[in-house]
Every structure is written in structure tokens, then in C-alpha cells.
Design a protein around this ligand. Sequence first.
Ligand SMILES: [Mg+2]
Length: 268
Amino acid sequence: MKELKREFEPYSGLILDLDGVIWVGERPIAEALEAVKKLRTLGKKMLFVTNNSTRSRRDYEKRLRDLGLEVDINEIMNSGYATALLLKERYGGGRTYVVGEKGLVEELEGQGLQVISREECWDNGADFVVVGMDRGFNYWKIATAMRAIRQGALFIATNADKTFPSEKGLLPGAGTMVAAISTASGKKPDIIVGKPNAHIFEIALKKMNLRREEVLVIGDRIDTDIEGAYKAGIKSLLILTGVTSREEVEKSEIKPNFILNSMKELFL
Ligand SMILES: [Mg+2]
């Protein structure tokens, strides 16, 4: 790893996916860690952006630091934080019923949203029903969310990934919870924040204080990272260390601007 390849020089900001780019499940990708350190010495602005809303930004900060990367919490955006920023900016705040995990609640409360209990939501409804991945999902959560949405609460999904890869094989993602609540409430989400929707990238650009031409999205999935970047008008780089293979890229209608086998190939 010597110099940055010329074609990547124009980008002063990088939006990096985590799973499939920096690590695969529990296993860190050594070449990617090296590359990030090197990019940092070149003064590139970085924002790690993930659809996973179960962990908070603080959890990610810790995990990245444990891997030897000197990151700041302001360089991390998960779909929960992006949802919180969007709700705060667009609506100022509101009573929020959450179908999701601790990390999501932490991010929403961090931006001043009032997270209410199931009983409170059942009795008095809510302004927002925010749905993310929830490993404690159950019938009464669906029922409470359904009731509030039918009474007029905005239905917000952190993301709609149907599944996600894990060491145990494929597991149900937030999209599975969203689908159940959609079925019961007879309504699709009003807003889906995470990739492949442009929202999360628009929020990311604002956070980085950069124009879209100055930024490159680096991810491992055509149907989330690359498609989302395309919708947001941001150039993209597909890294083949995650779920997408070169054959899949050839079949796909959406193409990344760049493809590399590993982050190492960013450099000469
Ligand atoms: Mg990924």
C-alpha cells in the first residue's frame, strides 16, 4: 500500500459500510483496517454507515476502537441514528413507540424523541411508530404498532432488509418486522430510512458537510449500498469482500462506478 490510486483522489469524503467491508460477521478484514488507517493519514473524511439499528453508535465506536481504528462517534451513522435525526429535523420531536432494540431507543432518546411504553401507546396512541430489527418481537408489539398506525401515527422503518447474513446463516432482518406490521395495519411504511433509500445518504452528506460530488460510497451490496448511492446521486465503489460476487454485478442492472477485490486495491 503506497499511494492512493489517482481515480480515488478527487473524493474528500468516504461513506463506508461496515459488514462485508470492515468485517464479516465477527471476523475483521485486516486489509480493510490497514486501508482505513492509511486513508485517515491522507486526511479523508469518513463516515461509517450501517443499516443495523440494534446497536448504538457508541457500541460501534467501541468495536472499531477495539480493532485499532481511532474513530469518533460522529463518524458513525446507523439507521437508528439517521431515523432520529430525520424525525427531529422534519417534525421537531414527538411521542414515539419503538419496535426495536436498546440501541435504537438510545439513539431516538439521544435526539430528544419521547419514547413511550407499550401501555402508554395502547392507551393514548403515538406520533410515530418506529420499527427496526427486534429480537424480542412478538404478537403484542405488532398489535400495539398496528393500533397506533391505524389511529394515525406515522409508520417509520429504520430499514427494510428482509434478511441478513450471520455465522448461523441467514436470519430475519428488520424488513420481516416491517412486513408483519404492514400486514396488520394495512399500510406500507411512510418512510424507510436505511439503504437502499436515499434518506440515509442524504443525512450522511449533511453530517459530513460535503457535496455529493465530493463523496464516494464504499459497500459490499449492490441492492443496498450501490443502489442507495445511485439514488442519492453519489458515486460508488463495490468491494468484493462481502455478499456480492463479480458474476452478480454483471447480471445486475445497477452498476457501481468502481469494483475492487479488496480495500487494499485503493492503493498502488
Ligand atoms: Mg454490507
